[in-house]
Design a protein around this ligand. Sequence first.
Ligand code: G6P
Length: 489
Amino acid sequence: CEKQDGRPSRQRLLVVANRLPVSAIRRGEDSWSLEMSAGGLVSALLGVKEFEARWIGWAGVNVPDEIGQKALTRALAEKRCIPVFLDEEIVHQYYNGYCNNILWPLFHYLGLPQEDRLATTRSFQSQFAAYKKANQMFADVVNEHYEEGDVVWCHDYHLMFLPKCLKDYDSKMKVGWFLHTPFPSSEIHRTLPSRSELLRAVLAADLVGFHTYDYARHFVSACTRILGLEGTPEGVEDQGRLTRVAAFPIGIDSDRFIRGLEDPQVQEHIKKMKERLAGRKVMLGVDRLDMIKGIPQKLLAFEKFLEENPTWRDKVVLLQIAVPTRTDVPEYQKLTSQVHEIVGRINGRFGTLTAVPIHHLDCSLDFHELCALYAVTDVALVTSLRDGMNLVSYEFVACQDAKRGVLILSEFAGAAQSLGAGAILVNPWNITEVANSIAQALNMDSEQREKRHKHNFLHVTAHTAQEWAETFVSELNDTVVAAQLRTRQ
Ligand code: G6P
């Protein structure tokens, strides 16, 4: 496409995600301070020069008054962000309820909520209604800002209804949907009361993307088995209309981490940490404090390792960073207490007057601290029970070119499909296996470490987030062109 002055203009990309990539803090009646968060998706899209990206999403705060909403909208516009305002009740029912208490555990194979089935069934209905309502609110905002030719890219399990709402507005809108979590086996998905409605809503998109081929295959199976539609090598077909389904494994902005290591602030952190941790091998876990991350199982495996390897007890330390998340959901509150209890027990059993085996922090770290931590680590432990991809494993590898540390990685993380040959793969439910892998990693010779690291480093630096975003959007453009050609024939 061209501007009137003849200069080529970039295609507009409307990125719609539940959460905007900013945190907003209210400073006064009509003033806000904003801080951009640097997640994978943000850096992916910042790096893509062909598109002019705008974000549409929830700012993560309740803003009931019009003055506050107008002021926040103005402030966000400078960051190319457009807010969707959700009130407290919708957030409770849609975000805490349907998204994080129903879809999130189900998609990670943890099942539907078990307790008080009747109450759950009743609240299920109202939560699903709120989910659809919230998705419609996102669609209304997209529609307000949409211009012909724009690409609309919807993200994640929060917005499975959005493709349908958008196509109801304009069937010609180019709509892609990408899932950042696993898509479970069709036998799991079929337990969901709203299984068919959700699948049909997603199928309204032109292109549906997943991190791995397995997730894409599960989705196609769900459509064939539950909806009785036809699965083809290209995707899913319904009465002559094809929804393209494919795998697009995400990556990270590896250069940002590699360059980060040169930063004087990072170097200073590295120096301090090396002094403090001298004489001990460093093991690291960095996770959101979420049940899918398998933090209790990881701690139990570390405890078993200490039990069985007394000579290592004062020579190794586990740094576990557990970033609090979704703290209003009761399951997450229970998990926090459980983790604290296990850490306390292990430190009580194996600590001495001068050192404890586990440093557990309930907080997030800034980018510089995180880079430094990755760089001083000998063994990273990523033992998710299920994980869409897991980019902590990628970030660790990017920061290890000097040290060549070992990655212990769950076979149930999407990353196992790309870093499997370089990592030690484990079943996180098998505590003995993980404990043995810790011993194997700590004792691994440098030749083995070098070989494994090289494999992973090549992958992480070659398959970046930027490439992921470019591939998805160009595939979406191609899919729409192919569909137009098909209808003309
Ligand atoms: C996962 C989801 C993301 C989500 C993130 C943080 O990675 O796939 O969509 O944004 O967790 O969770 P939160 O609920 O805090 O947005």
